[in-house]
Write a protein that binds this ligand. Sequence first.
Ligand code: AVI
Length: 330
Amino acid sequence: PTDTSTAAQDSSAPTPASALQQHVRAGLSRPFKALSSMYFYDDEGSRLFQQIMALPEYYPTRTEFTLLTQHQAAIGAALRPQEPTEPFFLLELGAGDGLKTKILLRHLLETGAQFTYVPVDISEAALAGLAASLRAELPTLHVEPVVADYADALRLMASRPGRKAVLFLGSNIGNFLPEDRHRFLQNLALPLTPDDRLLVGFDLQKNPRLIRAAYDDSQGVTARFNLNLLRRLNRELGADFDLAQWQHYTDYDPLSGAVRSFLVSSRAQTVQFATLNWAVDFAAWEMIHTENSYKFTRSGIAATAEAAGFTVQEFFTDAQDYFADVILQP
Ligand code: AVI
């Protein structure tokens, strides 16, 4: 079955190549094959990521949850305007299920903050689910979901008067390559003013074995998450990846702070892409690089923020220094 968005279009018109088609052609034509982790998140991928977040080895989600719980008052104070009755917008980029954000939302409501919560996501379904759960759990909260990519959402919000506090939680920043991270933060800074605030979650460098285990769990959920990308290509691009011939492999490089994940071809093989009328050869043990998850140092975070035009206003971490939620000022 195909569930691509182009499937329902007029069949007499030539179907424009989807972003996924173009990405896969380019990524698998490179000398070192690579695909973007952005494509992990189809329905099954999103479900598997929910499972990852509950794994004993995957410490980031749990740690940030504890950190936000412990520091909710200070973080709330850093995000909201100093004048207690001044209204503001609390934007969240990539809101997901909102589990962590609800800690802050509840705290802000309880302390009388006058704000509108603006969860931003490209998935309409994800936002509808979040809005429904917020209506049930926090009925007095003002919610204005925005279905858009991050840059569009920020531009849209810049035209609305009022202070903004922007949340980018969960170490999503770690999935960018350094140059993309820089551009992303620069673009975030553009529509913001010095009165606005940005809260970014960064996973910190720590015992390298702990980091590696978080991306190679004993139950194999992360492996299924990575391999699901091939399932997606089979379904959406008519590819014939035989998943039994592919392995999940991951490595942590303490020098760059990058966890890199790969899909490894365990034998020489050719994969057909029926939709693209195209085939790709893989040598035995050739890899497709599928994800970067960068881990940061305190000084690296400050340098990254400053290079993009922000200053570090406050740095919150958990008792073990595993994770940091950092308040940045444009
Ligand atoms: C979404 N992102 C922050 C996760 C991470 O840790 O890089 C995705 C993930 N990949 C494997 N496990 C979790």
